[in-house]
Design a protein around this ligand. Structure first.
Ligand SMILES: [Fe+2]
Length: 368
């Protein structure tokens, strides 16, 4: 048996956990920079909870609220510049995957001189600003991963920076911040979390520990299917999805993601498709191609979801995702050429060809 498992983030979950973490936050530094999107951190109440604690602790703060969906390289350099100028000695990311990922890149760039052209080259080591992550969606699991995924215009896709010091120091999880999420965001982020655990189980780097976590997360996500469909999730069910999403992060921190993520990035880069939705559109056909190639563990994953075939998985996803986009032959060619070069393709348990990736795109969008 071979096991490798590393997760240095302290995870604290519970109702009002931010208010209950005053002491933990006090140790981080004198001046925080809050890294957020334009409005979500304020709207869900998390930002007010954080600043109330900082004030009580005698800590000051500055807000960088310029993180857009699928953050750009320019955005993280601007954040790092503000952190330096303001003398921030730690970061608090509040938001979904975009602010949480941007904060990791900002933590790195605030402490190290890295040219934009070198940002996507290899793993990083060395000093970063200390980080606290507070997710306000239940999907990315970024609060417990070492990845920061940014828009990479040179390669026309999204690319991850990674390194062991990009793990957050403290993750604070409270499902109450998700009660105001739109139905679409709730669904898309839950599908992203599901893709992490499905891909995690179907990665060459999967091991018994990651499978244990993935299976539990699969059970919790599929167990909340009716609430997801009808948009009637209670705060306890939100907690369960948030917990599953964190487990998904813990899994992909070890296993990486696979072809679903590689292929989904093109849908996001070229069409603007939400990340979780992009994965959901491709996941069932990915399972199908793995089965065709004789990778039997795929059946175990389907069985954990209560499904007997990739077709049943597709029906399950369709009810959540609604009508699918259309794709052209030229797009299939372009997207599969880009995806085959992605680094996470190597995590697939069978070596997929560009033609097989093209087949997944075609079947996912009904192109014969
Ligand atoms: Fe993802």
């Amino acid at each position: 048996m071979e096991i490798s498992f590393y997760l240095p983030t302290q995870v604290r979950m519970g109702r009002n956990i931010v208010e209950r973490s005053a002491q933990a936050l006090a140790g981080f530094g004198k001046r925080a920079m809050l890294v957020t999107g334009r409005s979500s951190a304020v709207k869900c109440g998390a930002q007010a909870d954080v600043t109330a604690i900082l004030e009580k602790n005698g800590q000051t703060w500055v807000v960088f609220d310029q993180v857009m969906s699928n953050p750009t390289v320019d955005c993280v350099y601007a954040g790092a510049e503000l952190a330096r100028r303001e003398g921030a000695d730690f970061l608090i990311a509040i938001g979904g995957g975009s602010p949480m990922d941007a904060a990791k890149a900002i933590a790195l760039l605030a402490r190290q001189e890295i040219a934009p052209g070198d940002l996507f080259k290899g793993e990083f080591t060395g000093d970063v600003l200390p980080m606290v992550h507070i997710p306000t969606t239940a999907g990315t699991g970024s609060e417990v991963t070492q990845y920061a995924i940014l828009t990479n215009d040179a390669a026309q896709t999204k690319t991850s920076l990674s390194g062991p010091m990009l793990f957050s120091d403290l993750a604070l999880l409270d499902g109450k911040y998700m009660m105001g999420l739109s139905h679409r965001t709730t669904v898309n982020t839950a599908v992203d979390a599901l893709s992490h655990v499905v891909e995690g189980m179907l990665s060459v780097k999967a091991n018994p520990t990651t499978d244990l976590l993935a299976a539990d997360a699969i059970r919790r996500i599929t167990g909340n299917y009716q609430g997801l469909l009808s948009d009637t999730l209670t705060v306890e069910q939100r907690d369960e999805l948030l917990y599953a999403s964190m487990l998904g992060g813990a899994v992909i921190a070890q296993t990486g993601t696979t072809a679903v993520h590689s292929m989904g990035y093109s849908l996001t880069y070229f069409w603007g498709t939400d990340h979780g939705r992009a994965n959901g559109l491709l996941m069932a056909e990915f399972a199908q191609v793995l089965l065709q190639r004789g990778y039997d563990k795929t059946r175990e994953v389907l069985r954990l979801m209560g499904m007997d075939s990739p077709a049943a998985f597709r029906t399950w996803l369709d009810a959540l995702l609604g009508e699918r986009e259309t794709i052209t032959d030229a797009e299939v060619e372009k997207f599969s050429s880009i995806a085959i070069q992605a680094k996470n393709i190597a995590n697939c348990p069978v070596v997929l060809t560009k033609e097989e990736l093209a087949g997944v795109y075609r079947k996912s969008f009904g192109l014969a």
